[in-house]
Ligand binder design. Structure first.
Ligand code: ACO
Length: 326
């Protein structure tokens, strides 16, 4: 039986660092509040002219270089993003153009912070069906462009970044991405949205009076996030035929350190078996879990043969989990 394995990873974060102290000067907040309520100390912010696609391309180039993979051989490019440069063209097509990946199919997946695992799971199905042999899965979000920088309840939480992952089919059974669990909780769609202010009447040419920005019901999201992520890991582990104790490392979406702790507690997973990098980056939406995976592997926290769990939740609400044998 075929399986799908991860060949290589890449990542990119912008140079500019926005610290909690910087935010103290922008909104009515404190380093102490942000640190104790979220675990975040700083986040990366893309330059004004640095687009989501630019970050996606840089992450993709690293993943390809690490695997010494010729872009001409890429079958499929899927980009997870909800902050695309524009509604179309798809970010995946911009990546394709930049890489000159001539034969690839290319499309985007929009599942907010769950985007990377939704995209990975989608791409995996194309490989398992035999339609394609490999895929480049990218998660990229420029959250800074959808922030209301006057709203302290949201602007302290988010940052920008991208990560990429090259996957291919393998003949080795029970290797690579062992199980997937993706699910939607549309009843909570109002908990986190990107909205624009009222549009003007038709006579005034439908001008938007304000750029789209994030609104969020934080405490409500918190509870759903904890429950859905804990449930996701349990179901994905069951589907993979392993127990929670077999998992060497849980790599969760990095939205709030207190959410991560509560998920670990629910799962009975000791904190040292949970990967956290939120202090450096905040919530980079789809890119968060992918960059956490990249860093966990780079740091040696993931070793060959380990079972790892990736788990996410995001606006939608949507949630997802995968078990991977590294
Ligand atoms: N600085 C100082 N005070 C603040 C700030 C801030 N930045 N933000 C809110 N406060 C205040 C509030 O106004 C409130 O004051 P009040 O008691 O006088 O009304 C007080 O702090 C407590 O506010 P809460 O919202 O109850 O604080 P809570 O402990 O719930 O933390 C937080 C808020 C961090 C947003 C938390 O609820 C959370 O992380 N929720 C989940 C958010 C999330 O995961 N979002 C993204 C998921 S989806 C996706 O990623 C696409």
């Amino acid at each position: 039986m075929k399986s799908v394995e991860i060949l290589s990873l890449g990542h990119y974060v912008p140079e500019r660092i926005l610290t909690n102290q910087d935010l103290e000067k922008m909104v009515d907040t404190t380093d102490e509040w942000i640190t104790t309520r979220t675990g975040i100390k700083e986040r990366r912010i893309a330059a004004d002219d640095e687009k989501t696609s630019d970050m996606a391309i840089k992450a993709a180039e690293e993943a390809l270089a690490r695997a010494k993979f010729d872009p001409q051989n890429i079958d499929l490019i899927v980009v997870a993003t909800t902050t695309a440069d524009s509604s179309f063209p798809a970010m995946a097509c911009l990546v394709q153009k930049s890489l000159n990946a001539k034969k690839a199919a290319a499309f985007d997946v929009g599942a907010a912070c769950s985007g990377f695992l939704y995209a990975l799971t989608t791409a995996k199905q194309f490989l398992l069906s035999g339609m394609y042999q490999n895929a480049l899965v990218i998660a990229a979000d420029k959250m800074s462009k959808v922030m209301d920088w006057n709203d302290r309840t949201t602007c302290v939480l988010f940052g920008d970044g991208a990560a990429a992952c090259l996957i291919q089919t393998s003949d080795k059974p029970n290797e690579g991405i062992l199980s997937d669990y993706i699910f939607g909780l549309g009843e909570y769609s109002n908990y986190m949205q990107i909205i624009a202010e009222e549009i003007k009447p038709l006579e005034q040419k439908n001008m938007l009076v304000r750029s789209p920005y994030v609104v969020m019901q934080g405490p409500e999201l918190f509870k759903v996030a904890v429950n859905s992520m804990a449930e996701g890991v349990e179901i994905a582990a069951k589907k993979a035929g392993i127990s929670l104790a077999d998992i060497s490392l849980v790599i969760p979406h990095q939205a709030n350190d207190r959410i991560i702790s509560a998920v670990a507690k629910k799962l009975g997973t000791p904190r040292e078996k949970v990967y956290v990098n939120i202090e450096k980056y905040g919530n980079m939406s789809a890119a968060s879990v992918a960059i956490a995976l990249y860093e966990a592997v780079e740091s040696g926290a993931v070793k060959k043969g380990d079972y790892i769990a990736l788990v996410v939740f995001g606006a939608g609400l949507v949630s997802a989990a995968n078990i991977i044998k590294w």
